[in-house]
Design a protein around this ligand. Sequence first.
Ligand code: PLP
Length: 334
Amino acid sequence: SKLRSFPKERFLFGPSPVQHLPRLSAHLGGASIWAKREDCNSGLAYGGNKVRKLEYVVADALKEGADTLVSIGGVQSNHTRAVTACAAASGLKAVTLQEAWVPYNPPLYDKTGNILLSRLMGGDVRLNSECFHIGPKASLDAAVRELKDRGAKPYSIPAGASLHPLGALGFVDFIVELAGQEKDLGVFFDTIVVCSVTGSSHSGIAVGALLEGRGRKVIGIDASGRPVDTKAQVTNIAKDTLALLDPDARLPDDAVVLDERFHAGMYGIPDEQTKAAMRLGAQLEAFITDPVYEGKSLAGLIHLVRSGEIAPSSKVLYVHLGGQPALNAYSEEF
Ligand code: PLP
């Protein structure tokens, strides 16, 4: 199909593992819960969802002759760590802006976890005081201009690789990959639950599910604390990605579902519901999640299954997008 016509780097081990979670399923007493482990998808600096997106984005950077990947995120951004990892593995430099997106500054917050890994990989890590938002950022444009003035060939990657024309393709791939695994396992996941912030993981999955036409339900769980912005961005990226793959297709109005009940009020800060979900996953299944993203989507999954909002007859797939390196920066929460 059209998807195969886009050049891509190979940064993943292969298909990410699909795993049944029998103890969590039994504990909640509803739908059968499985997970697809994007947190174990690659050997590049612990992998995660961004590495899947960057297979397409870095292929484009190499085609353009770039020598430096430039990107942006919070202090404990998984994305900037993944950009630095893919740069290192491709023989490129990385410059990452690590902004004050989270009003949280415990000891070692800017020294441990993701930012430590970026420094270890030789990234040019630049802290600044800019606030959180998921849209285009002037600070990123300024860094790109500065590098050009110095004679470098920078390639700009927006937050989460989301507002990039190719950013969601990796998660269209995800559905193709999943369909093959389902065939081998003899299962079909009628419902997919995925964390959503900058939006292209969710968009790619929604578009992949739409194009395969098997009627899967995709439920995004907002972790941005600004669900209006995230829903609009997911919808726009889904429309653009669909247009790239099938110009005749139209995104149905109900294709983007974003549950707003689990973001704990603010990006980057967990609440008791987040931490309870993290503990439950860890204690029943040694299933480790972070307080910024997956702890919130896991709280969503737990509620949806426990309450029966996802039917007990369902087979539900929780997409684990990664993010565990940030956990070390949040040790005082536990
Ligand atoms: N989960 C983790 C671990 C992440 O690093 C991110 C990044 O933002 C997300 C979920 C959200 O994905 P997206 O930005 O594609 O919405």
